[in-house]
Ligand binder design. Structure first.
Ligand SMILES: [Fe+2]
Ligand SMILES: [Fe+2]
Length: 275
């Protein structure tokens, strides 16, 4: 059941906007998982917007123009990234050119790509902001002050705002949820690839989850073949990492919001792919 905030049973109006956010798509197996499950999710939930974290879409690390276009063709309205945004040098020009893909907003201003975007469907405008944490991660500016500046820009240009908080530390993500409560429709954590059990709507109307999880092979270690990851931990040597192919799952959240862009529910969707 979705975690709900208020509402009168039986009298609920249809929500003004429904967002489906898909956690880090990992490699070809993740893209295939999304391809196999998204049509059913669309039929069942009728999301107005689908946003996908694609930072691991190309071979498990980073993204390329080809894989980004595949995600868009599969039905993503916007793509967010993270610490692997710049893994493939030949994607830099595409990040500048393609409006629907965003890298962390608190990365250097002159670096490729942009930190937020606005996508529109049927007259509804969704702002999408990507942030990077700073605890155990590299970024140029505080995500807290950065998001304030981005929200100021988006306030009059959007009906709802989704923030992808790509971060390692749970505390930094929880703090960002509170920082954004009542000012963003959703603050959704990514990067750890493991879904957390804390999805809820904060009192001010911001849907929050510490980590959405990943769309990829649960049979590995956050996407990597498990024997390779275990060997590295056992030996501390350099071990070549490949993307696992075992037990693909789609991890996502569905957020519903009212006409003011305030979230009314968030539901985790954790689905096993069968192909
Ligand atoms: Fe990731
Ligand atoms: Fe990441």
């Amino acid at each position: 059941m979705p975690e709900s905030r208020g509402g009168t049973p039986g009298l609920a109006e249809s929500p003004a906007v429904k967002l489906l956010f898909i956690g880090d798509v990992v490699g070809g197996i993740g893209r295939r998982t999304m391809a196999s499950l998204l049509p059913g999710l669309r039929d069942e939930h009728r999301p107005d917007f689908v946003v996908v974290n694609g930072e691991n879409a190309a071979g498990g690390v980073g993204i390329t123009e080809k894989t980004a276009q595949e995600l868009l063709e599969l039905g993503a309205d916007a793509i967010t990234l993270g610490n692997h945004a710049y893994r493939h040098r030949d994607v830099y020009e595409y990040l500048d050119r393609e409006e629907r893909i965003v890298r962390p907003a608190n990365y250097p201003r002159g670096s490729p790509g942009h930190g937020h975007t606005v996508v529109e469907r049927d007259g509804v405008r969704l702002g999408v902001v990507n942030l990077s944490g700073m605890v155990f991660m590299q970024a140029m500016r505080s995500p807290f002050s950065e998001v304030d500046a981005r929200l100021a820009e988006l306030r009059d240009a959007t009906d709802a705002v989704l923030v992808d908080m790509h971060a390692e530390a749970t505390s930094e993500k929880v703090a960002m949820g509170w920082h954004l409560d009542g000012r963003a429709t959703a603050c959704l954590g990514t990067h750890t690839h493991v879904p957390t059990a804390d999805a809820r709507v904060l009192p001010g109307g911001t849907a929050y989850v510490t980590d959405v999880g990943m769309t990829g092979p649960r049979g590995g270690v956050i996407g990597v073949k498990r024997e390779q990851a275990v060997e590295r931990f056992l030996t501390l040597t350099q071990v070549r990492f490949e993307t696992s192919k075992e037990d693909p799952w789609l991890n996502a959240v569905l957020v519903e919001a009212d006409g003011d862009g305030r979230a009314t529910s968030i539901e985790q969707l954790l689905l096993r792919a069968r192909f």
